[in-house]
Design a protein. Structure first.
Length: 151
C-alpha cells in the first residue's frame, strides 16, 4: 500500500494517463503496468493539423501510429478507410510490411502517439515483453484492421 502511494506521488500524471489509454487498446490489453510504463518511454507525441500527411504509401515503415484523438483517413489504392480515436492507424505495418501500404492523412486535427519499430523491438530484446505475446497481439491488431477495412 505504501508503495502505491509513493508511486502515485512521484509518477508523472502524463505517464499515468498514457498507461490508462494504452490499456484500453486491444493490442496492449495483456500488458502489465510495468511493461506499459516502459512503452510510454518510447512514445513520441505529435499534433497533426487537418490535411497534414502522417506518412505516404511506399515510404519505409519505420514507425507505427496510434490515434489518441481526432480522425485520420487511409487511402489504400483509392479506397478510403476512416480511423477513429483510440485506434492504430497502420496496424498492418507493425510486423508484416517494410513499406506503408497506404497514405495516412489527418481528416481533422489529431493527436498521435508515434512508436519507432526498432525501439519497440528493443524492449523485447531486453525481455521487457514476451515475444510470443507480442506476435499474438500483432495478429489481433491485424485482424481488427482487416475488419475495419471491410466496413
Amino acid at each position: 500500500m505504501t508503495k502505491n502511494i509513493i508511486e502515485k506521488i512521484f509518477k508523472d500524471a502524463d505517464v499515468i494517463n498514457d498507461v490508462k489509454f494504452l490499456k484500453n487498446l486491444d493490442f496492449f490489453k495483456n500488458f502489465g503496468d510495468k511493461q506499459l510504463n516502459r512503452v510510454t518511454q518510447i512514445i513520441y507525441k505529435k499534433n497533426y493539423m487537418k490535411g497534414e500527411v502522417l506518412y505516404n504509401c511506399g515510404e519505409e515503415a519505420k514507425m507505427f501510429f496510434i490515434l489518441k484523438y481526432g480522425k485520420t483517413e487511409l487511402d489504400c489504392a483509392g479506397k478510403n478507410i476512416s480511423v477513429q480515436s483510440g485506434k492504430f492507424i497502420n496496424s498492418d505495418n507493425i510486423s508484416t510490411h517494410q513499406f506503408y501500404t497506404a497514405q495516412a492523412r489527418a481528416s481533422e486535427d489529431s493527436f498521435v502517439y508515434i512508436v519507432y519499430k526498432q525501439e519497440f523491438e528493443e524492449l523485447f530484446a531486453k525481455r521487457t515483453i514476451n515475444f510470443d505475446t507480442l506476435k499474438k497481439l500483432f495478429e489481433k491488431v491485424r485482424n481488427v484492421f482487416k475488419k475495419q477495412s471491410r466496413n
